[in-house]
Design a protein around this ligand. Sequence first.
Ligand code: HXC
Length: 257
Amino acid sequence: AGHETILVERTGRTAVITLNRPEALNALNLRLMEEAVAAAEGFDRDPGVGCIVLTGSDRAFAAGADIKEMQGLDYMDAYLGDWFGAWDRFAALRTPTLAAVAGHALGGGCELAMMCDVLIAADSARFGQPEIKLGVIPGIGGSQRLTRAVGKAKAMDLCLTGRTMDAAEAERAGLVSRIVPAADLREQALAAAAEIAAMSAPAAMMAKEAVNRAFETTLAEGVRFERRIFHAVFATADQKEGMAAFTEKRRPSFVHR
Ligand code: HXC
């Protein structure tokens, strides 16, 4: 309620945040950052939400940070104001997040999509880090997450030339989880989100935490971390239910605890 730059909706255990600045191809201004992050944190705290979908329009997921808003920024304002720092809170959400991307996902838009756990792209999606063409560089993790996702060769290519990748190239490179026809994006993204949201919420959160740990630590540490969490799942009611349902040949009914 009262949002200027996003739309929010709930359907079952899925929450959907739609970026909604059509006049600027969903450019990420400060207002949008505050609204989207606050909405996502609200859903993250809600035990009734098992997956958060982030999406845009057919034309653009987001065409980057708002260039007109940034244009006059100086170093002290950027530093003291911690410009774009709030997006780190989006990356730190514990609930699984799913980006449903159609059209332009450029600059901050590509970076935001890469913060999500699952990235479903319409065949119309285009990804890139064109900041270099503006005389700047990525600012919410693009140089790091893109490199981890697609490797140095393609990350350097994209960050240094500013060229865009189509959905097929992005999928081949490992940036995208799945590609779907543009007309089916919303339906397919919501179906995938509902599937995730129906899983045991603690197991899904633990799986997310364990996969993300792979980007932050050594293999030996990561495997140890996973083992500790794996042992912890036996404390959940959902583990008892999930395994009982399997042996009784029925569908599990998780209580998300
Ligand atoms: C502000 C933007 C914008 C942006 C588009 N618009 N992108 N406004 N910031 N990032 C506005 C245009 O000014 C225009 O407004 C309207 O949206 C439609 O855009 P057009 O350019 O007319 O559309 P089109 O010709 O279809 O071209 C689409 C496009 C192009 C290729 C995506 O808009 C474009 O190159 N945008 C900038 C992409 C970019 O450089 N992104 C990186 C930003 S830097 P008017 O009023 O003229 O109709 C960045 C740094 C990250 O993201 C830092 C951390 C967040």
